[in-house]
Design a protein around this ligand. Structure first.
Ligand code: HEM
Ligand code: HEM
Length: 132
């Protein structure tokens, strides 16, 4: 049971990583497009992955939240509360709500996206503190 709780913890990280890869692929495409295009076959595969990551981004975020609920249930019933875990989960829920806001409202200004990116970075720190 304890291992199962840990497994769901790593699944949260897995889906978080897939959500962040969206940013990484877009970053590479924005800044190194010409270099990437030098190999036509490679660039086509690269763009396929990028499109996949953008299309399913919100579902990766949603899957991370579901994994948090399962991880929370398993760990809480065995070990009780974890402050660092709750902080990381709190930021993840905030990130999820902000993502929905951006998706639904499609604001003209990019303020929300900057915040969404910032929280993604902050999440990495809070997750590392919880796991280490
Ligand atoms: C973003 C949210 C979270 C992530 C990514 C996460 C991730 C993880 C991971 C990967 C582990 C396994 C560490 C290892 O095996 O070395 C773990 C352990 C644990 N987590 Fe979380 N967790 C999160 C939220 C929470 C929450 C909300 C709780 C509240 C109960 C919690 C409680 C625990 C506990 C009690 C352990 C076991 C610690 C131990 O074995 O000493 N986690 N977590
Ligand atoms: C694990 C949770 C999540 C993380 C770590 C995360 C992270 C990110 C990051 C880093 C970006 C910036 C991409 C760029 O610079 O272009 C982004 C963009 C975006 N996110 Fe999230 N996100 C999460 C969940 C969600 C959810 C649940 C939704 C919607 C329901 C969402 C909607 C969006 C939208 C609409 C964009 C801008 C357009 C796009 O890149 O697709 N995000 N997200």
């Amino acid at each position: 049971m304890e291992e199962l709780g840990g497994l769901f913890g790593y699944l949260i990280i897995f889906f978080y990583a897939l959500a962040v890869l969206n940013f990484c692929f877009k970053f590479l495409n924005r800044n190194y497009r010409e270099k990437l295009k030098k190999n036509d076959k490679f660039y086509k595969a690269f763009m396929k992955i990028l499109k996949f990551l953008v299309k399913y981004h919100r579902y990766f975020g949603g899957a991370a939240i579901i994994m948090i609920l399962i991880h929370f249930y398993l760990q809480f019933t065995h070990f009780g509360l974890s402050i660092t875990g709750c902080i990381a989960a709190g930021f993840m829920i905030l990130q999820f709500l902000l993502g929905i806001y951006g998706q639904v409202k499609k604001p003209k200004t990019k303020g929300w996206l900057r915040l969404h990116r910032g929280i993604a970075a902050l999440l990495l720190v809070t997750i590392l503190i919880h796991v280490i």
